[in-house]
Unconditional design. Structure first.
Length: 310
């Protein structure tokens, strides 16, 4: 199989574009899609702080590398990486090592926020006493800790490593639930909301497989292990559904994102952008009187039951 743009061997098939790409043309394409997304989601940004959520996996690693490159000629822009240690034994330590290696190579300040210190519990400790899938509360806590840390850093925007697959799955999950409020609150954020650092998703147009290949072709350090709790996530079912739909009808993922954009347009026209309230317990942005993070914290696990981190 040869590249559609040159005679070099192709490394990826792109049915939604009707073409194949070699390593050079794939990396150039990802670079361009990232640049266009930043122009669209963070227009006329001339100075300030941009935080990047860095888990140490492929998506966030590519997001940091490209964000650093995008702003490196603008001395008025400071880029900082933020990692969250949720307290997951045998997993998070390796991803943090990869994150440290990348930030050190780029010369980017790196801040690690630990759930045990900020919340008084960890994902592993909570999983012992709660029957709910750990991904449900782990994701909520991680988002809140990222927002707090980004706000503390004085960030004007928080870059997330969400790729096209991630966002398409999230749109479908919210539509299946009939939860239009969550549709409106999805990244990338169009409207600044009190207490919430605006989130941008500059990899929104790049499929997960292409992000992985980009990271490999560019020599970006990342950890590719899977969280031990991931098998219980409801998202796995939607991931398979989106894959099946995309195989049957290439371009399905892009169509789901266009559906999201159109719904947000309509909701904004009606004056309903899903703006959050403030949690009565912690004061963080919330969609109701008590935020989800605090709701989950009301289930008090015994930290001594959790496995020790290595």
């Amino acid at each position: 199989m040869r590249c559609s743009a040159c005679d070099a061997p192709a490394i990826v098939d792109q049915p939604y574009r009707g073409r194949h790409s070699c390593a050079a043309h794939l990396t150039a394409s990802v670079d361009e899609r990232f640049r266009r997304a930043m122009h669209r989601q963070l227009p006329r940004f001339s100075g300030g702080t941009v935080a990047v959520a860095l888990s140490g996996g492929k998506d966030s690693a590519v997001a940091l590398r490209l964000t650093h490159r995008y702003f490196q000629r603008r001395p008025t822009v400071r880029v900082v990486a933020i990692s969250v240690d949720e307290g997951i034994a045998g997993y998070r330590s390796a991803t943090l090592d990869a994150a440290r290696a990348l930030t050190a190579s780029l010369g980017v300040p790196h801040r690690v926020v630990r759930a045990a210190e900020e919340l008084g519990t960890t994902t592993d400790a909570h999983a012992v006493s709660d029957a709910a899938p750990p991904c449900s509360y782990c994701g909520v806590w991680r988002r809140q800790l990222l927002n707090r840390a980004a706000r503390t850093e004085g960030a004007d925007a928080l870059v997330l490593g969400f790729n096209l697959d991630d966002l398409a799955q999230t749109v479908l999950m919210n539509l299946v639930r009939g939860d239009l409020d969550r549709v409106a609150r999805m990244a990338p954020h169009r409207v600044r909301q009190a207490g919430l650092v605006p989130r941008v998703a500059p990899l929104a147009d790049v499929p997960e497989r292409e992000v992985y290949l980009y990271a490999r072709a560019s020599g970006i350090p990342f950890d590719h292990s899977e969280c031990p709790h991931a098998g219980r996530a409801l998202r796995n079912r939607f991931r398979e559904i989106v894959w099946d739909l995309e195989e049957a009808q290439p371009g399905t993922r892009q169509s789901l994102l266009r559906t999201h954009d159109r719904l947000v347009d309509l909701m904004q026209q009606e004056g309903d952008a899903g703006a959050p309230q403030r949690c009565r317990a912690c004061g963080e942005p919330a969609s109701s009187d008590l935020c989800r993070a605090c709701e989950y914290l009301q289930v008090a696990p015994n930290p001594s039951l959790a496995p020790e981190a290595p």
